[in-house]
Design a protein around this ligand. Structure first.
Ligand code: FAD
Length: 506
């Protein structure tokens, strides 16, 4: 915090971060004619949002209506109520009420187009859409972005190995960030600056009036006449903060871009009096571990089984990834766990891993005993687990964890000819055997600044701090300790950033 003084630059709205929430908030502000600047600390735009599949969980919009899938605000309300109980602070209702407006606002822009894709909601509860209600951006031909395309963070596999974009269209999260960037640029009211790190808030007479940043040319102060939106990710990449707040998992297993989401914007807001909530929470997932000790987001198991260090299964492997992550976090012997499979899957892991796990990271053995020895697992227990699992596969019923009974499980199953009575239960009986180490990864932390229905950051007494807004993983999620369905992180980031922009536009 600093007292007033000369400003190096002046805007109406300052946005820290450049993920989907930040870019949506910036676009909404700029569309109101507000002079807006996006500040991104790395050299690339999009953060984890650019890595995402970019499923967007915005219920009851024209996109689902076009697809004729029967989604509605009412059914989403019932679903969220079944999962989360009553709406304690109005944010859920604000989210539901605004979701259709956000989709309409974005699709009004010629740069932005979405389409519904099947991806089931994550819980069997009233109001669930078995085929899912989230939608995705259409791929974006790189030529439409021109030189700006190289500013968008590449997919995680290429980014981790420093390879930049492949030739061809931008897809998924890259398409979403690219489309938002195109729309933002076309407003004529926005400036996007990379390599500019937000450090501190400037507070005058109890109101946030600007920010202090670090640039390649040294520190600078930027005035924000209407407000500052912090949408700069969580603190998943900060091992110290994770330990302090007891977030299961580890910074090196997390999916955030290296060095990006370290929680400094959140700490700056706390220094200005902001309250926090849900600080031990993340959007979890299992992650097969690569040879560099990094987690690779793993979902959609279509074979094999998962055992803990006692050699036993502990969950339905086909659970939605956050639920499987929470199962892993529930007991220390479950991290690391091991995916065990056989030569049916000799060419490719029987699950989706992002990035895909190189075969060199697999452990291979001719017998289950040898595999157990190589993994340091009790051989008898592993053999008994596999035998019991193979019995389940033969009968088609997982009497222990009910794998294959939920539409989500079946969504990823291999239902091709020859699949057994339950396509989610594939026997593990054809040597050689294989295993991969499974760690507790996450897509970002989901605890952070307490906010109200307008995305305004609250202090310890529950009062908004004037001029300060937060969205995405910088804020505590309205979905609490639950990940309701594909696209809730990005969908909610977009809604509350949009509402923040509306509030700033007055
Ligand atoms: P980010 O998108 O990570 O953006 C934060 C940005 O802020 C970063 O660019 C960072 O560099 C920048 N920043 C940090 N500190 C500062 C600072 N001090 N100053 C300036 N800039 C700063 N979610 C979905 O909803 N749907 C999906 O389909 C989906 N798929 C996923 C697939 C993968 C492989 C992964 C890894 C995640 C997926 N997620 C998905 C999760 C989702 O991507 C994230 O939870 C979400 O994008 C986080 O958004 P954010 O804006 O909070 O942070």
């Amino acid at each position: 915090m600093a007292a007033t003084g000369l400003w190096d630059d002046e805007y109406d709205v300052v946005v820290a971060g450049s993920g989907a929430g930040a870019m949506t908030g910036a676009l909404a502000a700029a569309s109101h004619g507000l002079r807006t600047v996006v500040l991104e600390k790395t050299s690339l735009l999009g953060g984890t949002s650019a890595y995402a599949g970019a499923a967007v969980w915005l219920p009851g919009t024209r996109v689902q209506e076009r697809a004729g899938i029967g989604d509605s605000t009412e059914s989403a309300r019932a679903y969220l109520r079944a999962l989360l109980g009553e709406d304690a602070d109005g944010r859920r209702e604000a989210f539901l009420a605004t979701a259709p407006e956000v989709a309409e606002f974005l699709e009004r822009d010629p740069a932005i187009e979405f389409e519904w894709r099947p991806f089931p909601d994550y819980y069997a509860a009233q109001g669930r859409m078995d085929a899912g209600r989230s939608f995705v951006p259409l791929d974006l031909p790189a030529e439409r972005l021109g030189e700006l395309a190289s500013l968008v963070r590449p997919p995680v596999d290429r980014d981790r190995s420093g390879r930049g974009h492949a030739a061809g269209a931008l897809a998924q999260g890259r398409a979403l960030i690219g489309r938002l960037l195109l729309a933002l640029t076309n407003t004529g009211n926005a400036t996007v600056r990379t390599g500019v790190r937000f450090r501190r808030l400037v507070v005058e007479d109890g109101r946030v009036t600007g920010v202090e940043v670090e640039t390649a040319d040294g520190p600078a102060r930027i005035r924000a006449a209407r407000g500052v939106l912090l949408a700069a990710g969580g603190f998943e990449g900060n091992g110290g903060m994770r330990a302090e707040h007891g977030v299961p998992g580890a910074a090196e297993w997390s999916m955030g871009p290296a060095g990006a989401n370290t929680g400094d914007p959140l700490l700056a807001a706390v220094a200005a009096g902001a309250a926090t909530d849900l600080m031990d929470q993340a959007w979890w997932c299992p992650g097969v571990e690569d040879e560099n000790g990094r987690g690779c987001f793993t979902l959609g198991f279509r074979g094999g089984l998962v055992v803990d260090s006692t050699g036993r299964r502990f969950a339905n492997e086909s659970l939605p990834y956050d639920r499987m992550g929470r199962e892993m976090a529930a007991a220390p012997e479950r991290v690391p766990a091991y995916v065990v499979f056989d030569s049916r899957h000799a060419d490719v892991l029987p699950a989706i891993s992002i990035p895909s796990l190189p075969r060199s990271a697999w452990v291979e053995a001719d017998t289950l005993d040898e595999l157990a020895e190589k993994l340091g697992l009790p051989a008898d227990a592993l053999a008994a687990t596999v035998e019991r699992f193979n019995d389940f596969a033969r009968d088609g019923v997982d009497a222990d964890f009910h794998r294959g009974e939920d539409p989500y499980d079946l969504f990823f199953a291999d239902r091709s000819e020859g699949a057994g009575p339950n396509p989610c239960l594939v026997p593990v009986d054809r040597p050689p055997y294989y295993a991969a180490r499974l760690v507790l990864s996450d897509l970002g932390t989901k605890g952070g600044l307490r906010t109200d229905t307008e995305g305004r950051v609250l202090d310890d007494t529950g009062r908004p701090i004037a001029g300060l807004y937060a969205a995405g993983n910088t804020s505590a999620s309205f979905s609490g300790r639950v990940y309701p369905g594909p696209g809730v992180p990005i969908g909610s980031a977009m809604v509350f950033a949009y509402r923040a922009a509306q509030d700033m536009a007055g």
